[in-house]
Design a binder for this molecule. Structure first.
Ligand code: ZN
Length: 300
């Protein structure tokens, strides 16, 4: 599975700037244990790979750099940059007395921890980056928790996390800091990584404008329309329409028993979807006309 994202720089400009400066500046060095938390594990992994690139680049770390290290990391073939999950480890026949196979393997086990310690005892020409997370059989990334990254494993690695060899960085990907053993959390520098789609389930921007909009009477349509237009005009219009949909989805969930509202709101969702489509397919589309048309359908 490919996780490197060529648009990562636009996605997290502030976070990446922080790491870029920290990596360049010897005094402000970045911790060798980083913990990312938030709902979006794939984006965390993309960010971790980009940090691995900054740490390994032979040139100045520019996004367009084409040095061998940068190329390897983009292709995910770098020998020292590893995404480490319970499934990405083959048990050595002689190393284990249990018959655990990769299939159905529940966690990053002690043998994996030992393999890491062995590997780190040999020096490397590269900056080694171990990205710890979980994944399913299809390659979808999942967060670390105390089942897939149990206490016994983290204890075995604790000393390594505390005093790793030079040029080694560990990055932990998780949903909630409480899902990772506290002894690891206390040794790591933590960063909240916002979800890729910042609109996901969010409707903060539209709350004041669209609250209970189905109760608006016809005399107020023009002011509702004007407010919605201003909001869309002052922000990214698609984002506003998406938040409007999020608001409706949440309302539907809490009004499941009211068939009338359910029917109306479901229809409105598709009207908003039409408006989004109009705006995204035709950038020259007159925003006011789209909003007017939408309000006409959902209010009257
Ligand atoms: Zn480079």
């Amino acid at each position: 599975m490919q996780y490197y994202n060529n648009e990562i720089e636009q996605k997290y400009p502030k976070l990446l700037n922080y790491f870029k400066n920290g990596i360049k500046d010897d005094n402000k060095s970045i911790s060798h244990c980083l913990l990312f938390w938030g709902a979006d594990i794939t984006s965390q992994c993309e960010l971790a790979l980009e940090i691995a690139r900054l740490l390994n680049c032979n040139e100045n770390g520019d996004f367009s750099c084409n040095c061998l290290n940068c190329r390897w990391i983009r292709e995910q073939t770098h020998p020292a940059v590893k995404i480490y999950t319970r499934l990405d480890f083959k048990e050595n026949d002689t190393a284990s007395d249990d018959s655990e196979t990769t299939k159905g393997k529940k966690n990053i086990n002690i043998n994996q921890a030992k393999a890491i310690i062995n590997e780190l005892s040999v020096t490397s020409d590269y900056h080694r980056v171990y990205i710890f997370c979980d994944r399913d059989e299809n390659g979808n990334l999942l967060p670390l928790n105390q089942i897939n990254f149990p206490e016994a494993t983290s204890n075995a690695l604790l000393k390594t996390f505390e005093e790793p060899p030079a040029d080694t960085t560990f990055i932990f990907l998780t949903k909630d800091k409480n899902d990772v053993i506290s002894t690891v959390v206390s040794r790591a520098q933590s960063f909240f990584v916002p979800a890729d789609n910042k609109n996901e389930y969010n409707h903060d921007l539209v709350d004041n404008t669209v609250q209970n909009y189905w109760n608006i009477d016809k005399q107020q349509v023009l002011s509702f329309e004007e407010n919605l237009y201003q909001l869309a005009n002052d922000n990214e219009p698609i984002e506003i329409l998406e938040q409007f949909q999020n608001y409706i989805l949440e309302t539907i969930k809490s009004n499941l028993e009211n068939k009338h509202i359910f029917y109306k709101l479901t229809k409105d969702l598709s009207y908003i979807e039409d408006a989004k489509r109009q705006l995204s397919l035709t950038p020259s589309m007159d925003l006011r006309a789209v909003i007017e048309n939408l309000c006409f359908k959902i209010i009257l």
